[in-house]
Ligand binder design. Structure first.
Ligand code: NAP
Length: 278
């Protein structure tokens, strides 16, 4: 199959590596010529160019640009495509994208691979990034079944686990498990920085695996964090207010030295955590 990737960075490049190893012919388009050349050298694409018309011969296009550019690049892209081309995106927020794009392209289906690293750009592209990771598709009642099936088959070839939900359900769920953790983890790093200089210096030396785990998502790509907040603002605000409420409960229990209730709450967390990550 001829598959196009628009935006050759971590996600676009990683997708290209896996799709090529499945025997697909992958055509890449990115903003910078140097990125296109690098993507070819790394084996992420068969051909690449800064010229979007290269994508006119593709059957499916994955839009993998930064979130804020998905809608404008899509609007330019569709002027070069036959109406049969299936277009999907990988943006971390779905409702605003699906609401904008579905009315103008029948064969559009929103998608979001739940996989990533703290790195970005084409150099960060890696094989098997999506293997055994959730991949959400958000078709509407009006999305043609053939378009859904085409994307579904490609996602299955990546070894990802497929889920379907509405764009709004997706945005609420990822707000709690992806966008809230970024803000919480970023606040954790900021709270440590407000320690006095001596304590801070010692804390930096003592930090080990626990801090590595809890600070990972807050110390990632700042652009991505801002995009999550901008595009999933109402869900994220709701999650943050809930989180503040839970934090206040802990502050209260510790202040009151109510160790029994604190233990009860921590026990419940220990029991439910596997439901999220196993
Ligand atoms: P990234 O590594 O920064 O890649 C985006 C690439 O898009 C850049 O390398 C850039 O390449 C290219 N680009 C920028 N402007 C462009 C334009 N106008 N036209 C064509 N290409 C353009 O970002 P990413 O982490 O792969 O994220 C890409 C998308 O995946 C985002 O929508 C994000 O929401 C979604 N996503 C990210 C993650 C994650 O953890 N990172 C996970 C799931 C989904 P040049 O070098 O050519 O400028």
């Amino acid at each position: 199959m001829n598959i196009g990737i628009l935006g050759l960075g971590l996600i676009g490049g990683s997708l290209g590596l896996d799709l090529r190893s499945q025997g697909h012919h992958v055509i890449g388009v990115s903003r910078r010529e140097s990125t296109c050349q690098r993507a070819i050298a790394l084996g992420c694409v068969d051909t690449a160019s800064v010229d979007m018309t290269l994508l006119k011969a593709t059957e499916v296009v994955f839009i993998c640009t930064p979130l804020a550019l998905i809608i404008p690049t899509f609007e330019e892209l569709i002027t070069h495509l036959p109406s049969t081309t299936v277009v999907t995106d990988v943006g971390s927020v779905k409702a605003p994208i699906v609401e904008a794009l579905s009315p103008i392209w029948e064969n559009f289906i929103g998608g979001h691979p739940m996989a990533g690293t703290t790195e970005n750009g084409i150099e960060a592209a890696m094989r098997n990034l999506f293997f055994q990771k959730p991949y959400v598709l958000t078709p509407l009642a009006t999305t043609p079944l053939e378009a859904i099936t085409v994307v579904e088959k490609i996602v299955q070839q990546l070894g990802a686990t497929l889920y379907y939900c509405s764009p709004q359900e997706h945005d609420s769920a990822v707000s709690s498990i992806s966008h809230l953790p970024v803000m919480v983890s970023a606040s954790l790093i900021a709270a440590c920085l407000s320690e006095n200089p001596n304590t801070l210096q010692l804390a930096q030396k003592l930090a080990s695996s626990g801090f590595r785990d809890t600070s990972r998502v807050g110390g990632g790509n700042p652009e991505l964090g801002v995009m999550m907040a901008r595009y999933n603002r109402s869900c994220l605000l709701r999650s943050l207010l809930q989180y503040r409420h839970n934090l206040d409960e802990f502050i209260n229990l510790i202040d009151l030295e109510d160790w029994a209730t604190l233990e009860e709450k921590l026990q419940l967390n220990q029991q439910v955590r596997p439901k999220f990550i196993d």
